[in-house]
Design a binder for this molecule. Structure first.
Ligand code: SAH
Ligand code: SF4
Length: 343
């Protein structure tokens, strides 16, 4: 096939995939023999759906996928009146090991390939197309540390942003990181103005060393310099995430430290009420404590919002469904070992 014809076919194929078809058979402007050959030799997706759950009366849905090789990851679709957001995974497990996070509790599995990241987005496109909706936003806030799987994440972002593929503006793609400084600097040089979210959770090194262990390598002051550098280079306001843990990081002292760190900077603080994870020593603050902390942060002169905690019921918050499945697998494994030992 001549190059032009090949490029035309490629565009046709991607066009169909971006519109959410589930098989090559449905691509009716592609000649039948080619469709048959594609169906025989290729897969639209390598992801196998293992479980799905719904929450918030159907406006949140979460899917657990099995990857080639057996690891699993999850993705969450959140539907709002004016947009649809996908929370996506970049790794099976996470090597950072934050003590409050369900993903960090299991041994690290592996990095996802770029196509496995995109396939989560394509599956969401398919799901939403069936409801007459379009995927408008993608947040790398599922399983894994995106900056620890840098090349695959960047490649997948470029393809999701490509107008001939998924056409999602990079500004509507949020890359959330625990703070790998060299990768934040590299990201700033990509000419890919994604929104950067930094998982801060503490504004003094002594506490952040515990909550986000990578802080021992990349401490706070250098992290803020790198993050604000990203903001200046791209013209994008940086988001700072703060998971609220009762009695741990929701006091006046924390608000003041946060104020000292971010005052007069182009920054936004997102407070995320802790979504309880079993076998951790942490608790979620009550409503009053959340409101009080928000006011204390505002009093420091910072922009702050409390994040909507979608998907709390039905295991749908990031990390949770996977945890339940892992626990079930572990229980099944233990039962099998017990049975084998007994026989
Ligand atoms: N590894 C990256 C991105 C995935 S985690 C990062 O840490 O930024 C996405 C966000 O979910 C992070 O801000 C993380 O701190 C938060 N998170 C993890 N566990 C949580 C929990 N149990 N409740 C609320 N937020 C949580
Ligand atoms: Fe990894 Fe993010 Fe969870 Fe920390 S919060 S363990 S960096 S996924």
């Amino acid at each position: 096939m001549a190059n032009n014809a090949r490029a035309y076919r490629r565009r046709q194929l991607w066009g169909w995939i971006a519109r959410g078809v589930a098989s090559f058979e449905e691509m009716h402007d592609i000649p039948k023999p080619l469709r048959v050959a594609l169906e025989r030799d290729f897969r639209i997706t390598s992801l196998r759906t293992v479980a799905t759950t719904q929450a918030d009366t159907g406006s949140t849905s979460k899917t657990l996928y099995e990857l080639d090789g057996g690891h699993s990851v999850e993705a969450v679709v959140m539907r709002y009146t004016d947009r649809s957001t996908l929370c996506i995974s970049s790794q099976a497990g996470c090597p950072i090991g934050c003590p409050f996070c369900a993903t960090g509790k299991f041994p690290f599995g592996r990095n996802l390939k770029a196509h496995e990241i995109e396939e989560q987005a394509m599956d969401a496109v398919r799901l939403l197309a069936g409801e007459g909706r379009r995927l408008s936003h993608v947040v790398f806030m599922g399983m894994g540390e995106p900056m620890a799987n840098y090349q695959a994440v960047i490649e997948s972002v470029r393809r999701m942003a490509d107008p001939e593929l998924l056409g999602i503006s990079p500004r509507r793609i949020v890359v959330s990181t625990s703070g790998l400084i060299p990768r934040i600097e590299q990201l700033g040089a990509e000419k890919l103005p994604v929104t950067l979210a930094i998982s801060l959770h503490a504004a003094r090194d002594e506490l952040r060393d515990v909550l986000v262990p990578i802080n021992r390598k990349y401490p706070l002051e250098a992290l803020i310099t790198a993050s604000q550098g990203y903001g200046e280079k791209t013209g994008r306001r940086v988001s700072y995430e703060w998971v609220l843990l009762a009695g741990v990081n929701d006091t006046e002292r924390d608000a003041k430290e946060l104020g000292r760190l971010l005052r007069r900077k182009l920054a936004h603080v997102n407070l995320i009420p802790f979504n309880p994870v079993e076998d951790t020593p942490y608790r979620a603050p009550d409503r009053t404590a959340i409101r009080r902390f928000k006011e204390m942060v505002e009093a420091q002169g910072l922009n702050v919002t409390v994040r909507d905690t979608r998907g709390r019921d039905a295991d749908a918050a990031c990390g949770q469904l996977h945890e339940r499945v892992m626990r079930d697998k572990a229980t099944a494994g233990r039962a099998r070992v017990a049975a084998e030992t007994a026989s």
